[in-house]
Design a protein around this ligand. Structure first.
Ligand SMILES: O=C(O)c1ccccc1NCC(=O)[C@H](O)[C@H](O)COP(=O)(O)O
Length: 206
């Protein structure tokens, strides 16, 4: 099995981005959703991305952003990949001249396979925890046994992952990648570098 890739999300500081890269993260995520305590401005994201070495994927996260807002951000910030966390249709996610991943918030009874098929143009599907009224970054894990085998898209597993549970998550789900925010933080939006290192070490060793 190829190495499981990792994304550290909710990055707000240059030092945290560099710590994630140093630890071996493949991607870093920037939250462009004002209600999140991890939200960044254009200027913050630009400064962080400017400080990155090569070969690190930059991911922008959106929740039902308007086309105007999305266009302004994409004009200002060099993002490699888009991640949509709201009610966006496939049509809403397409046409931005960038690959995208669609986040699905999982709860019992969801038809995950059908949802994956509905986003045929996505480069991947991020499976996250459903919490009423919270689009993402819950810090809570969901029941991984709800994930069917043989889904039609590369799966990025998210939701309440930590250095202590990510190896089990990988063993049980066999995702293409894993994604974490709260599980590697000292406080909302402030990453704990030791936790990042421990998380990536656990991913590599899984
Ligand atoms: O992180 C946020 O605050 C956030 C807010 C609104 C939409 C998405 C958000 N995060 C998206 C992510 O990809 C998170 O890494 C993912 O939801 C997992 O978060 P966590 O459970 O804290 O690891």
């Amino acid at each position: 099995m190829s190495a499981v890739r990792s994304k550290i999300c909710g990055i707000t500081r240059i030092e945290d981005a560099l710590a994630a890269v140093e630890a071996g993260a493949d991607a870093i995520g920037f939250v462009f959703y004002a209600k999140s305590p991890r939200a960044v401005t254009f200027q913050q994201a630009r400064a962080i991305i400017k400080a990155l070495p090569p070969f690190v994927t930059t991911v922008g996260l959106f929740v039902n952003a308007s086309r105007c807002e999305l266009g302004e951000i994409l004009d200002a910030v060099p993002l490699d990949l888009l991640q949509f966390h709201g009610d966006e249709t496939a049509a809403d996610c397409e046409g931005w001249h960038r690959p995208y991943i669609k986040a699905l918030r999982v709860k019992a009874g969801d038809d995950i396979a059908a949802a994956c098929d509905a986003y045929a143009s996505a480069s991947g599907i991020l499976l996250d925890t459903y919490v009423e009224g919270v689009p993402g970054g819950t810090g809570e894990a969901f029941d991984w046994s709800l994930i069917p085998q043989g889904l039609s898209k590369p799966i990025i597993l998210a939701g309440g992952l930590t250095p202590d549970n990510v190896a089990e998550a990988i063993a049980r789900v066999r995702p293409y990648a894993v994604d974490v925010s709260g599980g590697v933080e000292a406080s909302k939006g402030i990453k704990d570098h030791a936790k990042i290192q421990a998380f990536i070490k656990a991913v590599v060793g899984a």
